[in-house]
Design a binder for this molecule. Structure first.
Ligand SMILES: [Fe+2]
Length: 269
């Protein structure tokens, strides 16, 4: 058992099989599982996934402590957990399907997401995507480790790879009711780069389904102390203490540029 209370701010553990165990006082509004078969359209080797009905990764949405329920009831954001056990899709390292977020109706900009790694290593791959091509004019890779906070800006399709031998558990906070648009990556057979291993160290190759793929720009996770997003503070704890008041950019993506001038400059290039 690996106790994750200190890093996550919630009484959760990983059992010896690498699966999440929730403390008795943890409420999970919605549990979901993505099967390997559902990754067939985004895998380099579709035959490695097709027909495989076992679980590739787990999603728990709307997670909170029972005692926090009334404080969070009117907060228009929710806390989520995604567990990606180590594994392969043929040559490829296991990954989430990947998506873009639906647009916020007033601005037409898509919703922003805050993520945090709790165990393992994550490769967050974020990109612009022009479907006719397809082309990826901008591609960013962020390698994140436990405690790191990752901001997913508007306008980027993204997926998360587990390149390691440990379970990857990450959390996120996102506006309530945001849905993912998955069919873009279905159409392009996945993200612009694929992380593969041929018995050695995993490495990235451009996705052969794309016409043009920009070089990958490697980013580092940053702390944003003025937004209460730092490595040493669990996302759940910051969420509960501030009730998301400093994170208005999650419900109004027009506030993103002012909240993250560093990322806004990168994406505007
Ligand atoms: Fe997302």
């Amino acid at each position: 058992m690996v106790d994750l209370e200190a890093i996550s701010g919630l009484p959760i553990k990983l059992d010896d099989a690498g699966l999440l165990v929730f403390g008795m006082d943890v409420v999970v509004d919605e549990h979901g599982e993505r099967l390997f078969d559902a990754l067939t359209p985004v895998a380099l080797d579709p035959d490695a996934c097709r027909g495989n009905q076992s679980v590739a990764y787990y999603m728990d949405n709307g997670v909170y402590l029972r005692e926090d329920a009334s404080r969070l009831a009117d907060v228009p954001m929710r806390y989520e957990l995604t567990l990606v056990p180590p594994g392969r899709l043929g040559r490829e390292m296991i990954k989430t399907h990947g998506h873009r977020h639906c647009p916020e109706p007033r601005s037409g900009l898509d919703y922003v997401e805050i993520c945090e790694v709790l165990t393992g290593t994550a490769h967050f791959l974020m990109q612009t995507l022009e479907l006719d091509g397809p082309d990826a004019p901008m591609v960013f890779l962020l390698e994140a480790n436990p405690g790191d906070k990752i901001i997913l800006p508007p306008g980027l399709d993204h997926c998360t790879i587990n390149p390691g031998a440990e379970p990857l558990l990450f959390s996120d906070v996102i506006a309530r009711g945001v849905s993912g648009i998955y069919d873009r990556f279905t159409e392009t057979r996945g993200a612009a780069y694929l992380e593969v291993s041929d018995n050695g160290e995993p490495h990235f190759i451009p996705n052969p389904s794309y016409r043009n793929v920009a070089p990958m720009e490697v980013l580092r996770a940053e702390d944003y102390p003025e937004l209460d997003l730092t490595r040493d503070r669990p996302l759940y704890t910051a969420f509960l203490d501030g009730l998301g008041e400093r994170w208005a950019f999650l419900n109004d993506p027009r506030l993103f540029d002012a909240s993250f001038p560093d990322l806004a400059a990168l994406v505007a290039k």
